[in-house]
Design a protein around this ligand. Sequence first.
Ligand SMILES: Cc1ncc(COP(=O)(O)O)c(C=O)c1O
Length: 376
Amino acid sequence: MPSSAESLANLPLRDDLLGLSPYGAPQVDVPILLNVNENTHGVPADVHAAIIEAVGKATLGLNRYPDREFAELRRNLAAYLGHGLSPDQVWAANGSNEVLQQVLQAFGGPGRTALGFPPTYSMYPLLSSGTGTRYLTAEREEDYAMTPEATARAVRASAANIVFLCSPNNPTGTALGLDVIEAAYQAGEAARAIIIVDEAYGEFAQEGTPSALTLLPGRPRLLVSRTMSKAFALAGARIGYLAAAPEVADALRLVRLPYHLSAITQATANAALTHARTLLSNVEAIKVQRDRIVAELQRLGLRPSPSDANFVFFSGLEDPHRIWEDLLAAGVLVRDVGIAGSLRVTAGTEEETTAFLTVLGSLLESQRDDQSQRSA
Ligand SMILES: Cc1ncc(COP(=O)(O)O)c(C=O)c1O
C-alpha cells in the first residue's frame, strides 16, 4: 500500500502544500474527552429545546437559500458582545477557523505574510499555507509571556501583513495585557498590518481581564475573533464571529462563499444567543474546575500555567508522552502539544476532573515509587 504522501505525489498538488500534514487532534472513543477544549458541560435542557424549535421552523424554509447577510444573527451577536458595537461591525462564519481563513483570504495571500508567536494555535500556520500566505514566527519571553516592547519589535521587524495574537493563548492558557495589543497595533502602522486578536476562550478569562473589544474604537485594522464553540457549548454547530470596523466585513464579503452560513446554523446560533445567560452560568462552573486543576497540579508538584481559558497547560513531567498514553489507557484523553515536559488538559465536569486528577496522581506516585526502587 502506498503511503498517503506517496499517493498525493501522483496528484498535481500545489508545490507549497507538498509535505504538509492536515490538522489532526486524535478523535478517540474514550469515556473522558479532555483534549480539544470543548465545553464539557453539554447543552442545557432549555437551550436544547429552544434550538430544536428554531431549527424545526428553519427546516420549513430549506427550499430557499438562507439570509446571505445573516442580519438577525449579527444583531444578536452585537447585542451579546456589548461595547457599543453595531451589527455592521460583526461578521460570522462556520467556526472561527473559517473567520480566520476569510481574513487570510482577504488580507493575506501570495506575496503577503502573517506573524504568529508560538507556541500558539496550531491552525495559524495551516490556514496561512492554505491561502498561500507566508507564516513567520517570533519568540515569546520566559514562561511564554509577551511584553509590549518585544511584541512591537517583532511586528516592526517582520513587516507582516497580518499579526495573530491569541488571547487567552492556546495551548498555554494565559491572556495578553491590552498594552501588548496596543503596542502590536501601533507597530503595525507602517505595514498597515491587520492585527487579529483571537479570543476563542475570552469568556473564561479571570475576573478583571479586559477584552480587546475595548480597543476597537479608532483602530480600523484591529479585529477580535470569538467563537460559539467554547463558552456556548456549540462546537458541533460551527459558528465563529468577529468584531471590527464595518469595512472589515465589506472586505470579507469579497471572499466568503455565497450563503456560507446555513439557515440551520443561523437558527441554532440565534436560539443559543437568546439563552446566553444559562450558557454563561456553565462557564462559571467550568472556571471552578479549571482553577481546581491548577491548584491540584501544583499540589502534585507540577507547574501549571495561569489559565484564563477552559484548559490548563502544565509542565514538570519527565515523560509527558508516557503519561498521555497511561491516561488514555485509563480512559482519559488529554492533549500532548509536543512541548517538552508538558501536557494540556481541558477542564471537565466535576466528575471528569476528579477522574483526571486521581489517575494522574496515581501515575505520578507509581513513577516516583519506580524511581526510588531504581535508586535503592
Ligand atoms: C485559539 C483558538 N482559536 C480558534 C479556534 C477555532 O474554533 P472554532 O473554529 O470551533 O470556532 C480554536 C479551537 O480550538 C482555538 O483554540
